[in-house]
Every structure is written in structure tokens, then in C-alpha cells.
Write a protein that binds this ligand. Sequence first.
Ligand code: IDP
Length: 149
Amino acid sequence: MERTLVIVKPDGVQRGLTGEVISRLERRGLKVVALKMMNVSRELAEQHYAVHKGKPFYDGLIDYITSSPVVVMIVEGKNAIKAVRNTVGATNPVDAAPGTIRGDFAMDIGRNIVHASDGPETAAFETSLWFSEDEICAYTRNTDTWIYE
Ligand code: IDP
């Protein structure tokens, strides 16, 4: 089982899409194992987006993610990183397929509703950046045998 970080970004929270995002992930079969709403400090935003430092959109990205509360979660599942990325859709919503979260609810790359870790290393880094170990709930679901062979 993999764990990956998902953030409902400020535009997603403001637009009332938090439940929609969680619902789509849950309905797919992913299991939420940690969840909280929070304001993002500039320090945390800079750590999370360190890889983008120096890019033209960096300052706007830090302003955006710190502008209003986010809902952040860890979801778990078989190949969860890829499954979540595919459910979220392409970074630029104009390229995101209909049926994906970004393809259904977003118009602009700078307001794309959701963040999802893009690989095993970033997932490990980001889950430990946003959550302490005692905030993560490990639990079994009786439905898992109906989701996984
Ligand atoms: P991802 O969120 O799909 O993993 P990344 O390329 O890692 O995409 O970019 C991180 C975030 O930075 C994007 O989700 C988006 O919010 C923002 N971003 C990326 N490129 C641009 C851009 O050209 N203009 C404005 N924002 C951008």
C-alpha cells in the first residue's frame, strides 16, 4: 500500500469543493488516513514548493497557497500516488481530461484546486512535512476485500 499527500488548495476550499474532492477519492476506493484544515505559513509553503523556487510563477504560487485555509490529507491505497494523480488530472486544467477533478472544476493553471504528490519520494517528503506520525490513523476497512483482489 502507498500513501500520498493531497491538498484541497485555497480555491477548492473557497469554492466549496472540499467534499467533492474527498468524495471522489473515497468513492474510487482510496482510504483517508489523516485529515485537517489549516492556514499555511510562508515557511511551510516554501518548504513544500522548494523545487519551484526561482521559477516565474513561484511568488504567486506561495501567495496563493497561503491566501486562505487549505484541507490537507493523506490517502492510502494500492498504487495510490498514480491513482490520485489520475483522478486529479493534468496540472493545467485546460489539458485535464473531463472526469478528472481539474478537468471538471478548473480553468487556470494557477487555480487548479488540488495538489497531489507526484512520486514515491515526494509523497514520503510531503506526508512527513505536513503531518506528524501521531496524526496518521492506521485502520482496517472491511470493504477492502471488495476493492482489492
Ligand atoms: P502539480 O501540482 O500537478 O504537481 P507542478 O508542476 O508540480 O504541478 O506545479 C505545482 C503547482 O504550481 C501547480 O499545481 C500550480 O498550482 C502551480 N503552477 C505550475 N506552473 C504554473 C504556471 O505556469 N503558472 C502558475 N502556476 C503554476
